[in-house]
Design a protein around this ligand. Sequence first.
Ligand code: NAD
Length: 251
Amino acid sequence: MRGRVAVVTGGASGIGKVTAYRLAAEGGRVVLVDCVDAEAEAKAIAGEDGRAWGIVADVADEAAVGAAFEAVASREGRLDVLVNAAGIGSPRPITIEEATLAEWHRLCAVNLTGTFLCCRAAIPIMQRESNGAIVNVASEIGLVGAPRSAMYGATKGGVVQLTRALAVDHAPDNIRVNCVCPGPVDTPLLRQACARAADPEAKRRREIESTLLNRLGRPEEIASVIWFLASTEASFMTGSIVVADGGVTAR
Ligand code: NAD
């Protein structure tokens, strides 16, 4: 990562936050983009040497995303890595007939449109150097069905397919596009999903027991996969969907 510039969306919490720390620790300059104050986390990462900074932007807002990537291009002059980790879970555990159209639109706007907008803004900057790596964060629920997850799963399945199609279009630009599909990972998103369930403790137990390893993942374990896909260690990988789910989808 030394000398390389990375944007991490969702960098203020969970998987995105730990990924931002990891990319900075590997020597990269990191820009955290989040709808909550990303600057505070960036300052913590940067310490004294200023290797990280933050932008507050809603990834579902076309103008805000455009302005964020313009700021990255003008301040850093290049962009080597984009990690799309910003995301939201289902607002409540519901089946499709209980869902409102507004809930569907918001999930699509953040998880799928947000990924689309950030990729669309990043690729022209990467094309200038004929170099880039994009890592999208989908979910194991984008690959298999799960109870009461039709809306969330559809957005994540969209991210999986967006990844493959972008890999095809941008291989000639030397831009690799890959995707990681985490299983249940102990982050605020999962904790909120458990808290919203009728029986939070039972929901957490079900998440743990859904894995072969009989535990939740740690955000560091997903950040390692993201780092690998973003790095030149994964130079022959593009269009890959890498599952890191503790074995949820193995059975
Ligand atoms: P998290 O809630 O800890 O972090 C998500 C971050 O995204 C937060 O900082 C939040 O402010 C930011 N964000 C949300 N909406 C945004 C918006 N509109 N614009 C900009 N930033 C926004 O959650 P996490 O678990 O770290 O999730 C990261 C990604 O991993 C998400 O895409 C999530 O769907 C995916 N994922 C998580 C799990 C899990 O079990 N935690 C499993 C599979 C996939």
